[in-house]
Design a protein around this ligand. Structure first.
Ligand code: ADP
Ligand code: ADP
Length: 229
């Protein structure tokens, strides 16, 4: 049974397709890097896999079921309960503290305030930023903010984490720290990760790599696929 994947996914924004029939499979528990040059369709593929965007043709499958043809409500439920997303930068709510930011997805899911706060503190602790719990994003470094954002994307314990250039706005050291945490926590939680990056060093953290070029899988990139666990 397919855990997560696309079958001949096609997506266009205008006359030129951003995805021209992409078939990828993500195994449960693996960290898959989606790489390729800017504009090749990586983010589009991630958005389609995560149910954020609909494919024009082809299929998106999650746990053996098509999710491209399900209702918007069902996809919203999946995004809330089974999927987590981590974007490049600046996703924290500026008016909230770190702990409030991390607690937010749980509060939106109906958790009690106290339980949400406890879970948020525990995740901040696991990311080494518990001491920042009462600070606002504007008072933190980029790396600290991204660690809080990672805590927020994991606090609901998603089965799949979609990370789109999660270190794109960070310097090398801060980026490596965030990636180190991401990979460690994904292994601990058995979270499947789809990691979009144009950076070969970042892709080196993944178990496997697929490369896109002009909206299609690059067979030479596939030839370089390696298991690095
Ligand atoms: P085939 O395998 O039938 O030769 P192509 O290689 O032309 O098809 O295209 C691969 C996939 O991309 C197909 O699913 C096709 O529908 C889609 N596709 C190709 N070109 C476009 C386009 N300009 N706009 C939208 N979809 C396209
Ligand atoms: P990548 O993540 O690899 O940089 P994207 O998936 O963001 O690639 O973009 C693929 C192609 O689709 C690019 O040519 C890009 O310009 C185009 N594109 C992406 N998003 C949009 C959009 N919202 N509207 C129009 N074109 C878009």
């Amino acid at each position: 049974m397919t855990f997560l994947g696309t079958r001949a996914a096609v997506k266009s924004y205008g006359p030129t397709p951003a995805l021209r029939g992409v078939t990828v499979d993500v195994a449960e528990g693996e960290i898959l890097a989606v790489t390729g040059p800017s504009g090749c369709g990586k983010s589009t593929l991630l958005h389609c896999l995560a149910g954020i965007m609909r494919v024009d043709a082809g299929e998106v499958v999650y746990r053996g079921r098509r999710i491209d043809t399900t209702s918007e409500g069902e996809r919203a439920r999946l995004r809330r309960t089974e999927f987590g997303v981590l974007f490049q930068f600046g996703q924290l709510v500026a008016e909230l503290t770190a702990a409030e930011n991390v607690a937010l997805p749980l509060l939106l899911a109906g958790a009690r305030r106290r339980d949400a706060r406890t879970a948020a503190m525990s995740w901040l602790d696991r990311l080494g930023v518990a001491d920042l719990a009462d600070q606002h994003p504007g008072e933190m470094s980029g790396g600290q903010q991204q660690r809080c954002a990672l805590a927020r994307s994991l606090v609901t314990e998603p089965r799949v984490l979609f990370a789109d250039e999660p270190t794109g706005a960070l310097d090398t050291l801060a980026g490596e720290q965030v990636l180190g945490h991401l990979v460690r926590l994904a292994r601990e939680q058995r979270t499947t990760v789809v990691l979009v990056t144009h950076d070969a060093r970042v892709a080196g953290y993944a178990d496997r790599e697929v490369m896109l070029r002009d909206g299609a899988l690059d067979p030479t990139g596939l030839g370089l696929t390696a298991v690095r666990s």
